[in-house]
Design a protein around this ligand. Structure first.
Ligand code: PFF
Length: 492
């Protein structure tokens, strides 16, 4: 008898909310506005929509079909396709796990900012406050041995929360949390966007989204940026959609589901950027700082520019600020849980360890790795991890998945599975996209990412990246070599 219980979503809504929750994350809130702005504003929507349909939805469909057909973890799926492919599954899962270790840390910083925002504790210089009072950042690795207690505590709390959710049964944990946090997130974003549109100068901001720079369309980098955003935003290739789809009951409408998830995710990020740009437009008018100097991405936008804006909003800032950081927290947590579910599922299925135990062990190890990012050198190392894992390793993993499912696996089976119960059908075009167009585009993205990562890295970064490369090769090989305790694991 197996100790691991077969899991299934108790409703289509639970699955969809979990899927949308996994996709909507930090990337939607702070990555998209900057990518949009730096790649032609309004005209960026063309490569973005093309990438969404041609590449994003196409790849989500692959993950759905594979997960749904096999109803297994990615490690066992790849083993079933060909024994030699199992290390690739552990390679993908290790990338996902390592990304989670620093993603949690950024969510942890956000947790600190929810508290700080009540009194706007960052004062008149949020830039310095973030570096000196929150991160206690040092540029060199010398800060590696001193931990920042506040960051450690908040990172611990995020891991603890993720662990408590993952330990629960699928519907009781991930299903329920997504169905609570996602509507709350949408409600808050709706409130913030409506409020932002009433601010003086809002139109200066949001008009940027609707003012196209048509010449940008001829730039290959703009197309790659659109594609990169879709990969990041839809969490492609991270085994999330595959894992969640494997818990679907028979008769599910896969294509219809995938479309709803992809449109909701993109709709969220476009709608959210109207608010972000309006707020930045307001800041440009009140502070006199040119708009283009205000648009930054990532932590710079969330923890520096936005606190500056909240300072100029008076008492309204004290309400909008905690809500803004709460949004990031909700979006981040649902993504963290999704990232970890695929990792836990593979471990639990191969080694026959029950869900609760797997979640606890994975979260404890994850937390211990995250401790590195809570040191004075944490933000520097986090930047190196992010550049390497996202631009380089993850895109490579997506490329491998395209080759495996497009070329090695019997692709036509997937078409039949997708069309079985769906109102919208896929056909030959989809096959061409997956077999030819997608791998070429991903390879382009990978070459660009690898080039930027390597040419901009200093010696310390290169050493850390070298170390990560070794880990990403050795650990998956060990996991694949280890004998499964689950005897069914080897049944192809
Ligand atoms: N799609 C989510 C986001 O946009 O934040 C989750 C995610 C994607 C997390 C990619 C991490 C990552 F590297």
């Amino acid at each position: 008898m197996t100790k691991t219980k077969k899991q299934e979503w108790n409703s289509n809504l639970a699955f969809m909310m979990a899927m949308i929750g996994s996709a909507v994350g930090l990337g939607n809130i702070w990555r998209f506005p900057n990518v949009l702005y730096s790649n032609g504003g309004g005209s960026f929507m063309i490569p973005y929509i093309v990438s969404l349909f041609l590449l994003g939805i196409s790849f989500v469909l692959v993950e759905y079909a594979v997960g749904f057909k096999f109803k297994r973890s990615i490690a066992r799926i790849l083993f079933s396709i060909h024994q030699k492919l199992e290390p690739i599954a552990w390679f993908i899962l290790l990338i996902v796990f390592l990304i989670t270790t620093y993603y949690v840390c950024v969510v942890g910083w956000d947790l600190i900012y929810i508290v700080l925002s009540i009194t706007k504790a960052w004062g008149s210089n949020p830039d310095l406050y973030f570096a000196n009072n929150v991160l206690h950042a040092t540029d060199s690795l010398s800060g590696l041995f001193s931990i920042v207690p506040n960051v450690l505590v908040s990172v611990f709390l995020i891991w603890l929360f993720a662990c408590l959710i993952l330990r629960r049964d699928l519907n009781d944990g991930i299903g329920r949390v997504s169905q609570i946090l996602l509507p709350l997130l949408c409600l808050i974003v709706l409130g913030i966007v409506i409020f932002s549109l009433t601010l003086p100068g809002a139109s200066i901001g949001y008009m940027q989204i609707f003012t196209p720079d048509w010449s940008a369309l001829g730039d290959l980098n703009v197309w790659l940026a659109a594609f990169g955003q879709i990969v990041f935003s839809l969490s492609l290739g991270m085994a999330i959609a595959m894992t969640y789809a494997s818990y679907l009951p028979e008769g599910s409408k896969l294509v219809d589901n995938a479309l709803v998830v992809a449109f909701s995710n993109s709709g969220f990020e476009v709608f959210n950027s109207i608010g972000i740009f309006s707020i930045l437009g307001f800041m440009a008018v009140t502070s006199g700082i040119p708009f283009n100097e205000l648009v930054s991405e990532g932590t710079g936008l969330a923890f520096v520019v936005f606190p500056q804006v909240f300072n100029t909003m008076g008492s309204a800032g004290s309400i909008v600020a905690p809500l803004f950081f709460l949004c990031i927290l909700f979006a981040g947590i649902t993504s963290v849980i999704a990232l970890l579910e695929g990792v836990c599922y593979s471990i639990s299925e191969k080694f026959l360890i029950e869900r609760k135990k797997t979640a606890t062990v994975v979260c404890i190890i994850g937390f211990l790795i995250s401790v590195i990012f809570t040191t004075n050198a944490g933000s520097t190392i986090l930047g190196i991890f992010d550049a390497f894992l996202n631009n380089f390793a993850l895109v490579f993993a997506v490329f491998l998945e395209c080759i495996i499912f497009g070329w090695i696996y019997k692709f036509d089976d997937l078409i039949a599975i997708l069309n079985d119960n769906s109102s919208i059908q896929v056909g030959k075009t989809w096959k061409i996209v997956i077999k030819y167009i997608l791998p070429i585009c991903i390879l382009g993205l990978w070459i660009q990412g690898a080039y930027t990562t390597i040419t901009t890295a200093d010696t310390i970064s290169l050493s850390i990246m070298g170390l990560l490369t070794v880990i990403l090769i050795v650990v998956p090989l060990i996991f694949a070599k280890m004998t499964a305790r689950n005897k069914d694991y080897y049944k192809v």
